[in-house]
Design a protein around this ligand. Structure first.
Ligand code: AVJ
Length: 314
């Protein structure tokens, strides 16, 4: 059997500069570790965006400029546990806006939990969940002609290289109609002493999250990565605003992957690139938006100016 996972791992480890896709962090163990990451003192991103959703809800709604008499769809890409979104949903419901909430997530489990939670906490809210990879799910959005507001929060776009982010934004833009809006949450470029600890916490949760990839390969592809022979290494270049996570080989070693029937060599100090976490500013975002029909209308910042939610219009 040749799975996508198997092919992606083979491809990534066969390159001159080894890499593994960060989307494979998120199995059950990875989901649980990410929840822990969001609660870490060093991981400021989630707290900063929550601050915006909690304290500037009215500003978000004003910037969205929604006609209160017209039904709209509030679509969230990569909904997760909905903690931030609930702040917005509660106010929209209490102000009698006419809308359905459509969370889209790769994890059916996460969606079911979110739905149950919303049904108790906001009983008047209509929830229509959709399971899928949000890149692929975008096409399905075109079938409805209702006005749309799309939420893409948490700096999830930061996991895409710039070229991929451009393709994603173009695809998103072409699945919308004129005057539809996007709320795009991004982490902002800031100094190394704030960014690096967020990816290198004292408790070692981010390391476990990164290494979960190797554990998955060991378990699912019958491999023999010796976790103790590798290190977790995040790097950040402030001038470009890019954080990258690596797994570094501590020695010259070989790893056998049974499912591939193949052995991979690692040199001492050789790196496997596992994740990009891009940070933004207006200029970088504008270059990503350039060839799409989305434009920035408003930028909302948290009290520390660590994070931004940009309101975009088509
Ligand atoms: C969920 C993609 C925003 O890149 O900051 C957290 C994932 N990786 N710690 C990020 C992550 C390591 C996170 N995003």
């Amino acid at each position: 059997m040749n799975t996508k996972f198997q092919n992606d791992i083979n491809e990534g480890l066969s390159k001159a500069l080894k890499s593994l896709p960060s989307k494979y962090f998120y199995d059950k163990t990875g989901d649980d570790l990410f929840v822990k990451i969001m609660n870490l003192p060093e991981y400021y991103l989630t707290k900063a965006e929550f601050d915006i959703f909690k304290n500037q809800t009215k500003n978000i709604i004003a910037a969205l400029d929604i006609n209160p008499n017209v039904y709209f769809e509030l679509i969230e890409l990569g909904a997760g546990d909905g903690t931030k979104t609930k702040e917005l949903l509660k106010v929209l419901i209490s102000e009698n806006f006419n809308f359905d909430y459509i969370p889209i997530d790769i994890s059916n489990n996460a969606l079911k939990q979110l739905e149950t939670n919303l049904n108790t906490e906001i009983p008047n809210l209509n929830v229509t969940k959709k399971q899928g990879d949000y890149f692929n799910v975008l096409d399905g959005l075109k079938t409805s002609n209702h006005p749309k507001v799309v939420l893409f929060l948490g700096s999830n776009i930061g996991n895409m290289e710039d070229e991929k982010a451009k393709r994603f934004i173009s695809k998103l833009s072409s699945s919308l109609n004129p005057n539809d809006k996007v709320v795009l949450g991004v982490d902002l470029i800031k100094s190394k002493d704030i960014v690096l600890p967020a990816y290198n916490d004292k408790a070692g949760i981010t390391k476990a999250f990164n290494f979960n990839l190797l554990n998955r390969i060991n378990k699912e592809l019958d491999a023999n990565f010796n976790i103790d022979q590798f290190s977790h290494q995040p790097e950040y270049t402030e001038t470009e605003g890019i954080a990258r996570s690596y797994i570094v080989s501590n020695t010259d070693q070989e790893v056998h992957i049974g499912a591939l029937n193949k052995t991979f060599q690692f040199k001492k100090g050789e790196k496997i690139h596992t994740e990009i976490s891009r940070k933004y500013n207006d200029e970088i975002l504008n270059s990503i938006l350039e060839n799409s029909s989305l434009r920035i209308v408003t930028k909302l910042l948290d009290t520390k100016s660590y994070f931004a939610d940009y309101i975009l219009i088509k």
